[in-house]
Design a protein around this ligand. Structure first.
Ligand code: SF4
Ligand code: SF4
Length: 461
């Protein structure tokens, strides 16, 4: 028989009637909070600075959507760098797999911008203005403290929107959008404001729901963790049976160590009770660890009734660093990262493509020969101006005509180069003739490309 509705477990953020259970976690001070603050503010600084730091004249990180270029610590990747980008993606994914297998959701609790901004910036402001959880509940909906909080949250969301968008449009264009009249940049201004509204929605209202229902990484935890991965766990063997002590301190042992004070639940930002075992909602923030350590200190008991551990260690089994996924992931990671380093090192300073052209592929010349049209695209992959010369390699019977002797290409730009190859019509077989063009610059770039010229089928057009 199913239990009565009042005993059924619902989601930590849902009331029995299906409405949202609004969480107001208490702040637990302790060793992990101290380190999370240091890490959090260090990361905030990094998030803000990364698109602003210049390496080789380019932002340390920029995913430029307009030019479809990725700048990463001085390197530039374009869609044409498909293989390198694939290796880069593979390296990131394998790093995530390995870190999760070893350290569980350490990213969620300690490094994710969602947790960092919410727990280190927005929530402290809320507590500062509205007080403790109980005071927050009592505060009228339109109290001036709430209005001030919303004004600060809105300003912060606008600032964060700029930080976020700087990764996609670059700091210069963003500053232009922000400081110029919005009427001159309606699209850009709308984008900044739209992202700001989304941020406000997330940090002021949606909050833990992002981790619980929206984030795909959170959903993947069940397959990424194994029983040896680091988790925050409750030592039930030591803690149970839980219960309030009947005697004065120090506690004597009619119960386990857990005094059922509820402190670990009160501080949880996702509202769960870690004593019920590992749950997908746990983001590994260690607030419950700090809360329980404080209780244990007061009771004169050893810490770590709740602590960083693993499922196996909680079951009394020894820790094992070497297991299938901690061997396979590093090997694959080494291969992917090695391939990435090699590919970046071997990346040429320019790319040359033979392009398709509209219109006739050849024209008749007065001397009886034909001029076959060719169009090359030259991409300068360096941060310096480069001049490229083009010559025919293996066709003594042909001559190359170009409107200029060398082609100048600006850093990180490309140009289309129209050319003519003059040939006797009889040299085309089946309307085609293969020639090779050499493209080089004065500083080491040298590339030979094969070009199939299209000409007359039977010696005449
Ligand atoms: S159970 Fe503990 S570690 Fe997990 S989210 Fe809640 S407070 Fe953080
Ligand atoms: S904080 Fe510690 S003692 Fe208190 S209920 Fe949680 S596990 Fe038990």
């Amino acid at each position: 028989m199913s239990p009565p509705i009042t005993e059924q477990r619902v989601l930590s953020t849902l009331n029995q009637d299906g409405t949202r259970h609004w969480l107001r976690p208490r702040l637990a001070h302790g060793r992990f909070l101290k380190w999370r603050r240091i890490v959090g503010f260090g990361l905030i600084l990094l998030f803000v600075l990364l698109p602003r730091i210049r390496i080789g004249g380019r932002p340390a990180m920029l995913i430029d959507l307009s030019t479809r270029e990725l700048s990463l610590f001085g390197m530039v990747f374009r869609p044409s760098d498909g293989f390198v980008l694939m290796l880069l993606g593979l390296t990131v994914v394998l790093t995530v797999f390995l870190v999760t297998a070893l350290f569980g959701r350490v990213w969620c609790g300690w490094g994710c911008p969602q947790s960092v901004y919410l727990e280190q910036v927005f929530r402290p402001i809320e507590r500062w203005l509205e007080g403790s959880a109980a005071q927050q509940k009592r505060l009228p909906r339109f109290h001036w403290r709430r209005l001030v909080k919303w004004a600060i949250f809105a300003a912060l969301s606008f600032a964060l929107s700029n930080v976020f968008l700087a990764y996609f449009v670059g700091t210069e264009r963003l500053e232009h959008w922000v400081f110029d009249s919005p009427l001159n940049h309606l699209a850009g201004f709308s984008l900044v404001m739209g992202v700001a509204v989304l941020m406000l929605f997330d940090f002021a209202y949606f909050r833990e729901q992002t981790c619980i229902v929206a984030c795909p990484y959170g959903r993947l935890q069940t397959v990424l963790l194994d029983k040896q991965s680091l988790i925050v766990g409750y030592d039930a063997k030591r803690g149970e049976p839980r219960g309030k002590p009947k005697h004065k301190l120090p506690v004597v042992s009619e119960h386990g160590s857990c005094v059922d004070c509820g402190a670990c639940v009160d501080v949880c930002p996702t509202g769960i009770d870690i004593r019920n075992g590992l749950q997908m909602e746990c983001i590994g923030c260690a607030q419950c660890v700090d809360a329980c350590d404080t209780v244990m200190d007061k009771l004169g008991q050893p810490r770590n009734l709740i602590g960083y551990t693993s499922q196996d260690r909680l079951a009394g089994k020894p820790g094992r660093l070497l297991r299938a996924r901690t061997v396979v992931y590093p090997v694959l990671l080494l291969l992917a990262a090695g391939g990435l380093v090699w590919s970046v090192g071997a990346k040429p300073t320019a790319e040359v493509y033979v392009e398709r052209m509209a219109g006739p592929s050849f024209i008749d010349l007065p001397d009886g020969r034909v001029a076959a049209r060719v169009q090359l695209k030259i991409e300068n992959e360096t941060d310096e101006d480069r001049g490229y010369t083009i010559s025919l390699v293996d066709a003594p019977d042909a001559s190359l005509r170009s409107v200029q002797p060398s082609w100048h290409v600006k850093p990180r730009h490309s140009i289309d180069v129209p050319l003519f190859v003059d040939l006797a019509p009889g040299t085309f077989k089946g309307g085609k003739r293969l020639v090779h063009l050499r493209i080089n610059d004065s500083v080491g770039f040298d590339r030979i490309v094969a070009v199939t010229l299209l000409g007359p089928e039977r010696g005449t057009p």
